[in-house]
Design a protein. Structure first.
Lengths: 258, 260
């Protein structure tokens, strides 16, 4: 499906991606994890062609995507922060996106699931963050595309909507789609992800199944395994904390885990 | 591209700024026509306002529109649409709505006055053409500046600076040079220099149309000799087109390389 080779991206002096090699060929859910600023969103935006890499290439269905745009027809993308033109209403936005894309859109069912009917005629600028995120989800899921990319899909959602979202993702997985998710909510990852890619300072630090991750760090939960990984990598701070265990709550946390 | 243009255009047509801009021209033209019966004087007064105001408003409006529609742009970038058509479409939406305001605001009072019955129709059309050209030129420059600068303050500052330079400072330097080198035959230079400023070129085009180039002395005669011919007319319109094409080409280039 998607092949990423030796991807480099720097914004000015700030090197965000330093040689990423990834391959998403099987259907299933891959969670892209990493601390803030590790390059998750940049990676995703490179795949979408919104950020142009300095080096390396991304292929979709064996075709290099550099400078291309038609491939996005087969891609559903949920942006991290739902930013919409504020003067439009939800209904206008939906019809606008439908007008821009060619495929058949099925949004009625989704509107019902997220109970959005009463909000569709309000100005998008007046909607709450969670409601905007729901509209964002509808825009993403209304097309039947083989690749779905979700950047922080849970942001601002209430528990009911979260359950619906998980159901939706599960359904799409059953239909054999390749799904990429970034999130900071580890319980969410634990429930839905098949594979984990852990990014750290622009490099892939870990790639493998959930079980492999837990086994490697000898932990029972993903949350702790990931926290462990972040701390271990954070070498300097860890060493300092090691010398002064009393003043380092993070170390205490780790010790209590072990 | 036409879909983007359509959405941008209708978005702007619904904006109250478009109406304020249009209403201003409407009232201004109406009052000029009411105050004076001499159509060529009205045209000159209008010209002076249009030559300063159109570039200023087009620059500010273009930059404002770009920054305000960032969300829309980000949404579009994730859709299967060519990058350049997003920005070129938005640009044409802005330029067309600005030109529309100008054409309606200035055109309707003249129509009510009965412009078709008078001999001034060509001067009037030249004025409108120049106004439309300036709208397209300066909104393209504005889009280019906004695309280049993420920082809004910087973008607006640069926009104002470009406008100030082309509308005021350029003329100042130009006149100063003419005064200092008045003993030398510098008509050729004067001619060339005015070609490099779309505002100056527009002004000369209208003044020549109005047949008052005698007021500009010998330089005016040289201009008349060149621009008064159909060759000169074609050349100056070509230059105005180039002034649109150059920033549009730059917009395309920048749009292809920018990260969002």
């Amino acid at each position: 499906m998607i092949t990423i080779q030796n991807l480099h991206k720097a914004f000015g002096k700030n090197e965000v991606l330093k040689g990423i090699d990834l391959n998403f060929d099987k259907p299933g859910i891959t969670a892209v994890l990493g601390p803030n600023g590790s390059g998750k969103t940049t990676l995703i935006k490179c795949v979408l062609g919104m950020v142009i890499p300095n080096k390396g290439c991304i292929c979709m269905e064996g075709e290099n995507i550099a400078g291309k745009w038609a491939y996005r027809e087969h891609l559903s993308y949920l942006p991290q922060i739902a930013r919409f033109p504020e003067n439009l209403t939800g209904r206008e936005l939906l019809s606008m996106v439908k007008d821009m894309r060619n495929g058949k859109a099925s949004d009625q069912g989704l509107i019902k699931i997220f109970d959005l009917e009463p909000h569709l005629d309000k100005r998008l600028g007046n909607l709450s963050g969670g409601t905007r995120q729901k509209i964002n989800l509808i825009l993403t899921f209304m097309y039947d595309n083989p690749v779905i990319i979700l950047d922080e899909p849970t942001a601002g959602l209430d528990p009911v909507a979260l359950i619906h979202l998980k159901d939706l993702i599960e359904q799409e997985k059953q239909r054999g789609k390749t799904i990429l998710i970034t999130t900071h909510i580890m319980s969410f990852v634990e429930q839905i992800a098949d594979e984990i890619v852990f990014l750290l300072e622009g490099k892939i630090h870990f790639k493998g199944s959930l079980r492999a991750l837990k086994e490697r760090f000898n932990e029972v939960s993903v949350e702790k395994a990931i926290a462990n990984m972040m701390l271990q990598q954070n070498g300097k701070a860890f060493a300092v904390k090691d010398m002064e265990p009393s003043s380092a709550p993070a170390t205490e946390f780790l010790e209590s885990e072990n | 591209m036409f879909k983007i243009l359509k959405y941008s255009f209708f978005d702007l047509v619904r904006s109250r700024w478009t109406y304020i801009y249009c209403a201003f021209y409407f009232l201004f033209t109406l009052s000029l026509l009411w105050l004076s019966n001499d159509l060529s004087k009205v045209t000159i007064s209008l010209m002076n306002v249009i030559l300063v105001l159109v570039p200023l408003i087009a620059t500010m409006f273009g930059i404002m529109y770009y920054y305000n529609s960032r969300e829309f742009t980000e949404l579009l970038l994730a859709q299967p649409i060519k990058r350049t058509s997003i920005f070129i479409g938005q640009y044409f939406g802005v330029a067309l709505s600005l030109s529309g305001s100008l054409l309606v605001g200035v055109g309707v009072p003249f129509l009510l006055y009965g412009i078709f019955g008078s001999g001034q129709i060509w001067n009037f059309l030249t004025l409108l053409m120049v106004g439309v050209f300036l709208s397209f030129i300066f909104s393209a420059i504005a889009f280019f500046i906004a695309l280049k600068n993420e920082n809004r303050i910087k973008g607006f500052g640069l926009g104002i600076l470009v406008w100030l330079f082309l509308a005021v400072i350029y003329d100042g330097i130009f006149l100063l040079l003419l005064a200092v080198f008045s003993d030398y035959p510098i008509e050729g230079f004067a001619m060339g220099a005015s070609m490099f400023n779309p505002i100056d070129l527009s002004r000369i085009l209208i003044l020549l149309k109005l047949d008052i180039s005698a007021l500009m002395g010998y330089t005016g005669a040289v201009f008349q000799k060149f621009l008064g011919t159909s060759m000169g007319m074609v050349a100056s319109i070509t230059i105005l087109f180039a002034w649109v094409a150059l920033p549009v080409w730059r917009i395309k280039r920048v749009a292809l390389r920018k990260d969002f």
